[in-house]
Design a protein around this ligand. Structure first.
Ligand code: ADP
Ligand code: MG
Length: 584
């Protein structure tokens, strides 16, 4: 308690702190509170999520405002409705012994007139999401011309979600001489830019390392013919069985159409766009949060409010018109220090946009190839093997076991494994066995028919490899030149790579009896021969472009889905009726 007193907080706040059971200030509170209490200054405070930033700005704001006045003196902008409500509740708790305090939350999806009425009663502090706030200022329901303190909470997230313009617009209605306090978990360039734009020589406080999580997104693009776009999307999903993704389309119509096609084809998908009612949107978001939905197909506007961590992939089904929008899209993944992949499906005519985006985001894209049918079959097979390995036995089946055993008694363990896997494998195999290469040829054809072999190797992300480190590892081990191992594709439990055919014997010999940390590492020639002739020259040319920091680690198996897969059993064949014809 004394520790909070030492920061300069007054008695009625110390009492509230005692009620809440806080005993010692967190580091960000310890550093921030005295500065904000004692100085009229702008401030940038960087600390990870969950470190107590709300109290770090909440107590100083409450202590500094005049509660006897009904004028709005403090504004807190925060990215989502949930956070907005959370902060409002916290502030009410902190100020429970301040008589006459009125903190009002302002956010979308609820009655604007109710919110306006609450503000009219005299709100000293408003906690708002930028969209609704801008709306209400425009309708003259809120007056922020006299605010003294403005907090930009979770600034990185607000920018990720595309609120830059709204924030600028809102702040243009506030006085120049207020103090602005910016709180953020990370300090990407965009945050530094708004700090510069809206603040005067701010005090800077950093708890822990700067920039954590700022470069955790890998950007990939896939070149296909425009008519193959949807098939390409399906393959990307099938090649990543544990995908938890947002798929961006340009229009509401496309969003609806793609979601419908995916559902028809047996994927856990849903659409999110402005033609849905708030209620429908809430339902979709709830299913997404609980992972009932693995692929959320959304428009940019509708996706603004998505605050879901652990999104493994953002898929740009179509590129946005504005380059700026791409940043917001890719920012949906790689949150909270996790890694993520932003994939772009492009047709040849859009390819130049990739370069424009690279310039904007100051990062290189990796050109990747749409996986072949056989590669997907292999991925699915090993996904199943691992799923079986990780499945907890449900003992409710015990009573049925004797009869089940009776049915299966004539089969050996080997036969049973073959049968179990055939159930799953056959449906992918039957669907994909004659699937064509979806990759559009790139302009130049300096290919030189290099014969290439693709290998499967049973090490991957779980062994701490990403494609670069695995490539280095293989080159070292095989004593090959720098471009001799290519198309390295690391999955969680296994990987693929290519060499020219002339190195095939070497590879197989070296891995004939090879152990890594005591585990046998095996290499097999991948059935996936369809793509061999494409050589891997793109990889070769691109190597080195890829920033070491961003790692490129495959995320496939990361999230553990609680809900069981609700894909239709016959998924890969279910779409063949209408769709196959179009594809072939
Ligand atoms: P951040 O905004 O940095 O993500 P929050 O302000 O939401 O973090 O705080 C996270 C949690 O920690 C909240 O439940 C809050 O009540 C609690 N908390 C904040 N400060 C303290 C403290 N000094 N002692 C104990 N718990 C605290
Ligand atoms: Mg916070």
């Amino acid at each position: 308690m004394n520790a909070f007193k030492a920061l300069g907080l007054e008695e009625n706040f110390l009492k509230a702190i005692e009620d809440m059971g806080f005993t010692t200030p967190s580091p960000v509170q310890e550093k921030t509170i005295p500065i904000l209490l004692n100085e009229e200054t702008d401030l940038v405070s960087l600390a990870q999520t969950g470190t107590g930033k709300t109290a770090a700005f909440g107590f100083p704001m409450l202590q500094k405002i005049n509660i006897d006045s009904k004028t709005t003196q403090g504004l807190i902008l925060s990215p989502t409705r949930e956070l907005c409500l959370q902060i409002t509740n916290e502030l009410k708790n902190y100020g429970k012994y301040c008589k006459g305090l009125n903190v009002v939350a302002v956010y979308g999806g609820a009655s604007i007139t109710d919110q306006a009425r609450n503000i009219k009663k005299g709100a000293q502090i408003i906690v708002a999401t930028p969209g609704r706030m801008k709306d209400m200022i425009g309708r003259r329901m809120i007056d922020i011309s006299k605010i003294e303190y403005c907090v930009l909470d979770e600034a990185d997230e607000m920018l990720n979600m595309g609120f830059y313009e709204d924030i600028t617009e809102i702040l243009s209605h506030s006085p120049k001489d207020k103090s602005t306090w910016l709180f953020s978990a990370t300090m990407p360039k965009e945050v530094a830019t708004i700090a510069k734009k809206f603040m005067h020589t701010p005090v800077e406080i950093t708890i822990g390392g700067k920039n954590i999580g700022a470069s955790t997104v890998t950007h990939e693009y896939y070149l296909v013919n425009a008519r193959d776009r949807y098939q390409a999307l399906k393959r990307l999903a099938d090649a990543n069985p544990s995908i938890f993704s947002v798929v961006f389309c340009r229009t509401k119509r496309d969003t609806q159409k793609v979601a419908e096609l995916l559902i028809e084809d047996g994927y856990n998908a849903a659409a999110l766009h402005g033609d849905l009612s708030q209620n429908q949107r809430d339902l979709v978001m709830k299913s997404f949060r609980t992972r009932q939905i693995q692929m959320l197909v959304a428009t940019d506007v509708a996706a603004r409010g998505i605050d879901v961590d652990d999104i493994t992939h953002v898929i740009n089904y179509q590129l946005p018109d504005e380059i700026e929008t791409y940043t917001h899209r890719s920012g949906r993944t790689g949150r909270a220090g996790k890694t993520g992949v932003s994939m772009v499906i492009v047709s040849k005519s859009e390819q130049r946009k990739i370069h424009a985006i690279e310039k904007k985001i100051q990062k290189k894209f990796i050109k990747k190839e749409i996986p072949s049918g056989m590669e997907i079959c292999e991925v699915q097979l090993f996904h199943l093997a691992n799923k079986i390995k990780d499945t907890e036995i449900n003992h409710d089946i015990d009573p049925y076991l004797p009869s089940i055993n009776e049915v299966l008694q004539d089969f050996s363990k080997e036969e049973l494994i073959k049968k179990v896997f055939s159930v799953e494998f056959s449906r992918f195999y039957n669907y994909y066995k004659n699937a064509k290469d979806l990759n559009a040829a790139v302009g130049d054809t300096s290919e030189g028919s290099k014969d290439s072999v693709r290998y499967f190797i049973n090490i991957g992300g779980r062994d701490d490899f990403d494609w670069m480190s695995l490539k280095d590892f293989l080159r070292d081990l095989l004593q090959l030149g720098k471009d001799d191992v290519y198309k390295v594709d690391v999955k969680d439990n296994f990987s693929f790579f290519n060499t020219d055919t002339k190195h095939q014997d070497l590879v197989l010999t070296v891995f004939n009896d090879f152990k890594l940390d005591g585990r046998r590492v095996s290499v097999e020639i991948s059935k996936d021969t369809g793509r061999g002739k494409r050589g891997g020259r793109d990889r070769g040319r691109r190597r080195g472009d890829f920033s070491k920091k961003s790692g490129g680690k495959y995320q496939g198996d990361k999230p553990k889905f609680k809900g069981k897969s609700r894909r239709k059993n016959d998924r890969p064949t279910s779409g063949t009726g209408g769709r196959r014809r179009r594809r072939n």
